[in-house]
Design a protein around this ligand. Sequence first.
Ligand code: Q46
Ligand code: ZN
Length: 308
Amino acid sequence: MKCRRCKAPAVIDIRRHNAAFCSECFLHHCREQVRKAIHEYEMFGPEDRVLVAVSGGKDSLALWDLLVDLDYEVDGLYLGLGIGDYSDESGVHTRQFAQERGLKLHEVDLPTDHGFDIPGAAQVTRRAPCGACGLSKRHLFNSTAIEHGYDVVATGHNLDDEAAVLLGNVLRWETGYLGRQYPVLEASDGFARKVKPLVRLGEREMAAYCVLSGIDYQVEECPMAEGNRHLGFKEVLNSLEDRSPGAKAAFLSGFFARGHERFQTEADQVLLAPCPECGAPTTTGGTCAFCSLRARAGVVPVELRAGR
Ligand code: Q46
Ligand code: ZN
């Protein structure tokens, strides 16, 4: 197997591109895919200040590394979720990455700064932890970006993540979510622009990127991911991809090109008002979902939580 670009011995093959690459050309390929995504979807320009949401996992650290390589002005934000050793180790990987490269990292810690953690929030809501977790992340990524004057929040969602979300949205015909599922969500009153520059790169490519560029990342999966229905959708898509390489990318990019805009009208009709507690725009007409969660989850004594 030879590298498509330089003909040296290849270290990785990517079936959907019908190509193999040596280490150096693979890193170049990843940068090119991110560069193309940024331009194709007009995510941001050199004048924009970008805040990348980093979890300590492969995708977000690779994204930060790639954006720095591409010369964008980009700082990191780490959100401590209070998920035991998993969160402690994720924080260590993130801080180490930032320190080694002299990059600026903001940190928000749910237990210290907001008085609750994700296991406690899951308990009071009686729902899968990912619901409370996703809600908290969306809220705090945005509020931190607004507070510090960033134009854009970039997240490490990759092709596999987005294809799995799309499959879930299609299976239930979630028209509102389909109208908002796109690599760019424009800024509006109280909301920074949200972008996903890894939409052209798969999970396996991101792991390879980290290994080949010496990025030490959190390899453990989140212990609360069990029951996350997207894991099942990923398995289904992987078996399709095995039989027909490129199916996943065609599903996702075809939706962005030809499906997404058909759902937009409905998504645009949402009315927003500021949350009386934190000022964030919300659809509830009262306290925003994050402040409600904080009020409920913050009062559960630690010793009463399940699993303690
Ligand atoms: S961190 Fe949070 Fe994920 Fe863990 S609780 Fe679910 S959403 S799985 S990316
Ligand atoms: Zn609020």
